[in-house]
Design a binder for this molecule. Sequence first.
Ligand SMILES: NC(=O)c1ccc[n+]([C@@H]2O[C@H](COP(=O)([O-])OP(=O)(O)OC[C@H]3O[C@@H](n4cnc5c(N)ncnc54)[C@H](OP(=O)(O)O)[C@@H]3O)[C@@H](O)[C@H]2O)c1
Length: 319
Amino acid sequence: MNGKEIKLPKLLLGTWSFGNDKWWGAQSSKQSLATLETALDCNINFIDTAPCYGRGNSEKIIGEFLKSRKRNDVFIATKLGLSWKDNSPVIFHDLSPEKMKIELDLSRKRLNTDIIDLYQIHWPDENTPIEKYADMMLDFYNKGFIRFIGVSNFSVKQITEFMRYCPLHTVQPQYSMFFREIEDELVPFCQQNNIKIITYAPLYSGILTGKFHLKSKAIPTDINRKNKINHFKEPLFSIDKKTLQSLVDIANKADLTMAQLAIIWNFSQNGISAAIFGARNPQQIRENSKALNVTISDDDMVLITNILNERDDAIKSIK
Ligand SMILES: NC(=O)c1ccc[n+]([C@@H]2O[C@H](COP(=O)([O-])OP(=O)(O)OC[C@H]3O[C@@H](n4cnc5c(N)ncnc54)[C@H](OP(=O)(O)O)[C@@H]3O)[C@@H](O)[C@H]2O)c1
């Protein structure tokens, strides 16, 4: 019971780094606003955010940006369900109906809008029955506060349960050349049930640009990439480096950058509707948005599949 269909472009801009917090490191509001401005110039006007990105900062910047724009210039996708207490560093799951109502009001206020275009549950909450928070989402939808409903980081089992009580238009899982877990179960399920898949982190937090493995850039200190520290250590470092070198060769021949190749590959995969890439400055937007106008040839797609399968085998052999 999905009702109306959501129409998505191939690319959305993700704004986690606009939060200016330990997860992505320092980021000025000026630079974030310039990034948004460039995104619209490059025909990217679907923007993904969440309250926990900088504890309201990312949403506030988008709200600020909207003051100088018509509301319909931007499609806003935000989320709910990850909370924090004032001075505590801890982020926790809370999808109790009371908290959901508070979150909706706060997001609408920060984003400077009455209606949220796509409202997504960020993570499931083990402490609240799915029926309860699905009912609340349906209530928001029926009251016209949100135009479409999504969930993120849900298993097929959790999605199936959610859909017993509420229409579902999108899911937002992690997916990239280096993280392909959704291919076996989630993708076929969504295809069968007419649910659009919007992937996140198509650049595997920037690692898939090749800049760390092929250009000797220092390991960043933000938590997102510290969490991927194994990719910066042997034996994974050499496996990733070899893979990236082979992929860059394909990108070069096709006159693409590695970032563009990773993004086009992502939204071109079977069952994927769109990819959300993060960008922290206008230059990254200009580079990544070119992915909208190019395709990867069938021959190159086969080569890429072989390279990624070889990487999977190499990783299995070290486990
Ligand atoms: N639902 C969820 O649980 C969830 C989780 C994660 C992300 N997301 C969403 O997905 C979005 C994208 O994910 P992500 O930002 O984590 O990862 P990503 O898109 O894989 O990587 C983005 C990062 O890569 C670097 N980058 C981007 N373009 C580049 C280019 N052309 N050349 C060199 N470096 C480039 C930038 O960081 P540096 O400049 O610092 O290298 C940028 O912040 C987020 O902003 C968020 O909206 C959702």
